[in-house]
Design a protein around this ligand. Structure first.
Ligand code: NJP
Length: 224
């Protein structure tokens, strides 16, 4: 079945690879991120009829609300939302952490996730749809003083609770926990780690489950 899937953080890395994989399987995608040029290039790659792009900052509720409204108007239905936008921090630990950097990171990783879910649920309720989010291995293990890690523990816990809320009306929620992935998230290439396409496959796996099954979480680590 062809589905309409909204992806946040679609301009790069995991989100971009997932958009490509979904379109390759015959689905349609709505791409959300802040970089207009990158989104437009991706729409050109995927084909106008397969992809629709809207710029928005996920940490700004009004901005994101307008984006969801444009997507809904464009496609008329939403079967899945992949809440994947997120950033890391260059500053390490609490004592040496940079407060402005925390605010911007938590704005995307926590507020952005909450806002995406709040805007997605009314649409997904109509299709008994699927919410998928990107947590991290950093949301499953302790990392010394990592505010990024703590934001991903939030994402992990949020995903578990959201699954309980969504099941009331037949909706499903999947939390993806990747290890290190070779994306622009890092300044240096990580060629021997996971590739963004590996995570895209996990998203497709969760979406392809039988109606009777909810893949609650997928934990993916690099082989080496
Ligand atoms: O990184 P990257 P990934 N509003 O930098 C967007 C998690 N993760 O694909 O707005 C809207 O290539 C940004 O777009 P733009 C990670 O925490 C990663 O690796 O145009 N969009 C871009 O499309 C994150 O949640 C690894 O700058 C915002 C995308 O987010 C997710 O995977 C491991 C935004 C980031 O793409 C995707 O990251 C892991 C905002 N405020 C979890 N802020 C890993 N790479 O190793 C950012 O466990 N974006």
């Amino acid at each position: 079945d062809s589905k309409v899937i909204v992806i946040t953080g679609a301009s790069s890395g995991i989100g971009k690879a997932t958009a490509q994989a979904l379109v390759d399987e015959g689905n349609k995608v709505a791409l959300i991120a802040r970089s207009e040029d990158k989104l437009n290039d991706l729409v050109a790659e995927l084909g106008d009829g397969n992809a629709f792009a809207v710029t928005a900052d996920v940490s700004d509720f009004d901005d994101l609300e307008k984006a969801f409204s444009k997507v809904n108007k464009h496609y008329g239905q939403v079967d899945g939302v992949f809440a994947n936008a997120g950033t890391g921090a260059k500053s390490a630990g609490i004592e040496n952490g940079d407060v402005a950097e925390w605010q911007s990171m938590l704005g995307a990783n926590i507020n952005g996730l909450l806002y995406t879910a709040k805007l997605a649920l009314p649409l997904l309720k109509q299709t008994k749809g699927h919410f998928i989010l990107t947590s991290s291995v950093a949301g499953r293990i302790a990392l010394k003083g990592s505010v990024y890690g703590a934001s991903k523990w939030f994402a992990y816990g949020f995903g578990q609770n959201l699954a309980e809320e969504m099941k009331e009306w037949g909706g499903r929620c999947t939390t993806i926990c990747p290890g290190m992935v070779n994306t622009p998230f890092f300044d240096e290439p990580k060629e021997d780690k996971l590739q963004p396409e590996d995570i895209a496959k996990s998203v497709l796996f969760a979406l392809s489950a039988n109606d009777s099954a909810c893949v609650r979480e997928v934990y993916v680590m690099p082989t080496s």
